[in-house]
Design a protein around this ligand. Structure first.
Ligand SMILES: Cc1cc2nc3c(=O)[nH]c(=O)nc-3n(C[C@H](O)[C@H](O)[C@H](O)COP(=O)(O)O)c2cc1C
Length: 183
């Protein structure tokens, strides 16, 4: 079945072994047949420069177009120094400009994190504040926070913890229901 629902996955980590990217891939595998998930490539996005906001670099234009054409956004948000990563904030800043043409407004979204001791709870709190400012509708519950994430994936990036697998499945199902409320 060709996908009827297009979700854009956005990860705040660029590293090859990113557990948050792995989490997106695991979520991708749990989607219903009529939904697809494309993972945005943030690696070519330079540091934000407001002088260029009306003619942004190509990587930013691509990212903005992907957001605009997506039915929903799934953010995988690592915690860096009690907040979200600079990579993610920088990409959001670019896409949020100019404000009258920002593509986030009105999009259903969800946020999940593979993290350290507290699973990314502080990063998610900051992310939710930013998302509210941009007019996204972020799934309120269930929350998906994975503490000590390194122990929950195998080296291939597959979730191997049965409890976390169940949590992710419930989260994906709730996100699907959430998206259908806004369409
Ligand atoms: C610069 C930096 C700061 C970090 N700060 C925190 C932090 O404040 N709290 C936390 O739980 N983990 C912190 N971590 C650990 C990361 O959240 C953890 O390594 C996570 O797996 C990174 O995401 P990734 O696997 O998708 O790259 C930090 C990691 C880095 C590189």
């Amino acid at each position: 079945m060709s996908a009827r629902l297009h979700i854009l996955g956005i990860c705040g980590s660029l590293r090859a072994g990113s557990l948050n990217t792995a989490l997106l891939r695991n979520a991708q595998a749990m989607l219903p047949a009529d939904a697809s998930l494309l993972i945005a490539d943030l690696s070519g996005i330079p540091l934000f420069n407001q002088d260029l906001e009306h003619a942004p670099p190509e990587a930013v234009q691509t990212f903005k177009a992907q957001i605009a054409s997506a039915d929903a956004l799934l953010f995988a948000v690592p915690e860096y120094n009690y907040s979200l990563s600079g990579v993610l904030k920088n990409a959001i800043d670019w896409a949020s400009r100019p404000p009258e043409a920002q593509p986030f407004a009105g999009k259903p979204a969800a946020v999940m994190s593979a993290g350290g001791r507290f699973g990314g709870v502080r990063a998610q709190a900051h992310f939710r504040q930013i998302a509210a400012g941009l007019g996204m509708f972020v799934l309120p519950k269930p929350e998906l926070l994975i503490p000590q994430a390194k122990q929950k994936f195998n080296p291939a990036g597959e979730l191997v913890d049965p409890e976390v697998c169940d949590q992710l499945r419930a989260f994906v199902e709730a996100f699907m229901r959430w998206i259908s409320r806004w369409r």
